[in-house]
Design a protein around this ligand. Structure first.
Ligand SMILES: Nc1ncnc2c1ncn2[C@@H]1O[C@H](COP(=O)(O)OP(=O)(O)OP(=O)(O)O)[C@@H](O)[C@H]1O
Length: 256
């Protein structure tokens, strides 16, 4: 569904992503793992159009999209979640979803000022979509709460709802389980499985290995910008290079 060919990003002399061939298959959960600074977030920034690559190519559904901007990628169906700190803490959950959605709707500033029929229709569609995605992520009861008053895990659900509100084909999740406890992590893993079962294609960066080993269909391992391994969770947990470079000696036991 999405494929990269020798994709690279250099920041000055620093090779953050170095000639990576990678693919995300439709309907699968693909994970990207690797130590801090391995280039995972940079890779996400490249495939979501946030940064232009230094060299290499990106294809989405067979079409080259290498130099498309992030809004064009979003329109084509690639959505990414940002850190929960990007939510408007003082606004309600519903307002956050409405704002996020409105930024992508069409009637624009003057339509909003004169409250055109089109604007009102869009606003109604926006609200319906927000309610639908909130229900999907199990956060309907939070619609009128301020973001600042809900838990970290709830904020993560809202961030996922925001990504889902654009009806994406691929969702890129950047450390969805960062900073939450074990119970909350397993709840979030359930939500990610539900997204997959609903037909979404998912690519996920995550440090929590047990979660990844359970969820992922395939894993790519980055180290210093280079893809050092790719395979099923089982293959990765037995890969000597990975164990040495990243997982550490205890990883084999942890993964099983
Ligand atoms: N905008 C930037 N300008 C300069 N260097 C950058 C920039 N973004 C990332 N880097 C560098 O690129 C390398 C890869 O960083 P990146 O954030 O992609 O790693 P990561 O695998 O996501 O790490 P982490 O797990 O800590 O989030 C690092 O050396 C980082 O310092």
């Amino acid at each position: 569904m999405l494929r990269t060919e020798k994709l690279s990003k250099y920041f000055g002399g620093n090779q953050a992503v170095n000639s990576v061939d990678f693919q995300i298959n439709q309907g699968e959960i693909t994970a990207i793992i690797g130590p801090n600074g391995a280039g995972k977030t940079t890779f996400f920034n490249l495939i979501s159009g946030l940064h232009p690559p230094t060299s290499g190519k990106i294809f989405f559904e067979g079409e080259e999209v290498t130099n498309k901007r992030s809004y064009e990628m979003a329109k084509m169906g690639i959505a990414r979640t940002f850190q929960t700190t990007k939510l408007f803490a003082g606004a309600t959950v519903m307002e956050n979803l409405m704002i996020g959605h409105r930024l992508r709707t069409k009637s624009g500033f003057w339509g909003a000022v004169i409250r055109s029929q089109r604007y009102r229709n869009e606003e109604r569609a926006c609200r319906e979509k927000a309610l639908q995605v909130l229900e999907f992520v199990g956060a309907s009861a939070l619609a009128n709460r301020s973001v600042a008053s809900i838990s970290q895990e709830e904020q993560k659900r809202v961030a996922i709802a925001l990504a889902l509100s654009t009806d994406p084909k691929i969702v890129l999740l950047d450390e969805p389980a960062g900073g939450i406890n074990a119970d909350e992590t397993s709840n979030l893993a359930e939500l990610i499985t539900k997204m997959k079962n609903a037909g979404l294609t998912i690519c996920i960066i995550e440090h929590k290995m047990q979660m990844i080993m359970k969820l992922a269909d395939r894993i790519m391992v980055l180290n210093q910008g280079i893809k050092i391994a790719e395979g099923t969770p089982d293959e990765i947990s037995r890969n000597e290079t990975v164990i040495e470079a990243y997982l550490g000696g205890g990883a084999h036991a942890q993964a099983h």
